[in-house]
Design a protein around this ligand. Structure first.
Ligand SMILES: [Ca+2]
Length: 415
């Protein structure tokens, strides 16, 4: 049994590296009308202008709340998704294909039996998970994973199963695949895989574009699930009020399109709307509020540039009929996981949005004014670990997963 590890104390104000010192300096009162942002590196793509003031590089913040970071569990192989069970334990996934239960005391269960075989390699594996809104009654869980498809191909699939525990550990029973993203592909990048239930009981699934060249299975066309936000019923059927139901040639499960690789999704607890964060090209990570039937632009419009250094498409950032992100990062943070903070343990953080950063190895704290980001702080940089997911626990603490072969579950609470 794993024991709770020694508590690691951190000061939110500690200057532990060049980024942190820049943040602290940037947060000093600014004499000019444009306060310095948290990001101090130049953008990847030169000459691009945001569509509205504050769409990128929000003013840097420095929290006034001292906090501590505690390692609840370690030794996990690329933990990806996490959710709290009604009894206060955590259910989590490891990308290699394992589901485990973590007790409040830090004990990890054996991997759940009955899990499907997952395709691994590059970004592929077992991804996000969600509990059925009626979990306390029916024990159903949902998870996304890379499934082997005919012809040596693979695809993002969502399965549902009943979680039970008997004897040796957790077990998945009655596993049913409720959604299979179409078409199957060969590549193992830009897969998506985050799940979140909407207040109306439908399930949102984020699906990446699989890094396919434009014109193949385009995020802009509605005859495929790639580069889409999907909305399904818990049995996998398409809700009758989905925006493209009945439209010839369009898949009825599509909620919104023109996405690149969304690996973050959460319901805003104050507006009850879906928010997502997606990986853009180099210099184009985005926060969106995907609405039914709308086009979020990829790959026609984007900030940033292609990895080759060339423009994305025609190099345009705006187009009629295509939605602007409410916020973007250039350079990218490589975002994964997001959580709105609506608990009471951190009164000063109430109303904030937290986003994990893989490449940036930080946890972004964003302050919001309605649908605008108005401040940004980078937390946990001194750990130097890729952040895969963040959720708010029943105790009001933030629970963060770090993305490596000795991945950790971290608990962030006031000092
Ligand atoms: Ca976009």
């Amino acid at each position: 049994m794993r024991r709770l590890l020694p508590i690691l104390l951190l000061s939110a104000l500690a200057a532990c590296g060049p980024r942190q010192s820049q943040d602290a300096a940037a947060a000093a009162p600014a004499p000019s009308a444009s306060p310095a942002p948290a990001e101090t590196d130049p953008p990847n793509a030169r000459g691009q202008r945001p569509a509205f003031p504050g769409q990128t590089r929000a003013p840097a913040l420095t929290t006034t709340t001292a906090f501590q970071v505690q390692t609840v569990a370690k030794g996990l192989d690329h933990p990806w998704g996490e959710a709290f069970l009604p009894d206060g334990r955590m259910l989590l996934t490891e990308r290699v294909g394992r589901l485990r239960i973590l007790t409040r005391g830090g004990a990890l269960s054996p991997p759940a039996s009955g899990a499907p075989r997952v395709v691994t390699g590059e970004q592929a594996g077992l991804f996000g998970l969600a509990l059925d809104p009626g979990f306390a009654r029916n024990g159903l869980i949902y998870f996304a994973y890379m499934e082997r498809r005919p012809g040596g191909l693979s695809g993002l699939s969502v399965a549902r199963a009943k979680l039970s525990e008997a004897g040796g550990g957790p077990a998945l029973n009655g596993l049913t695949v409720i959604f299979r993203a179409q078409p199957a592909m060969s590549g193992l990048a830009n897969i998506g895989g985050r799940l979140v239930f909407a207040p109306d009981g439908t399930l949102f699934v984020t699906v990446g574009d699989r890094f396919e060249p434009t014109g193949q299975h385009d995020a802009q066309t509605l005859d495929n699930d790639l580069g889409k936000i999907i909305r399904i019923n818990p049995d996998g059927s398409a809700p009758k009020d989905n925006p493209f139901v009945g439209k010839p040639g369009a898949r009825p499960e599509i909620w919104s399109y023109g996405h690149r690789n969304p690996e973050s999704a959460a319901i805003n607890p104050w507006t009850h709307q879906l928010w997502t964060v997606e990986h853009g090209p180099r210099g184009g990570d985005e926060v969106n509020i995907p609405q039914a039937g709308k086009n979020y632009g990829w790959p026609v419009i984007s900030y940033g540039e292609d990895y080759s250094g060339r423009p994305v498409g025609q190099g345009i950032n705006a187009h009629a009929g295509m939605e602007q992100p409410i916020y973007y990062w250039d350079p990218v943070i490589a975002p994964s996981g997001m959580a709105f903070y609506d608990a009471n343990l951190f009164p000063a953080w109430k109303g904030n949005l937290f986003v994990g950063g893989l490449a940036s190895t930080h946890l972004a704290r964003l302050t919001l004014a309605g649908a605008r980001v108005v401040g940004e702080e980078w937390l946990l940089q001194d750990l130097g670990e890729r952040i895969r997911d963040v959720i708010v626990g029943p105790d009001g603490a933030l629970y963060v997963l770090t993305d490596n072969s000795n991945g950790r579950v971290l608990r962030i609470a006031p000092k």
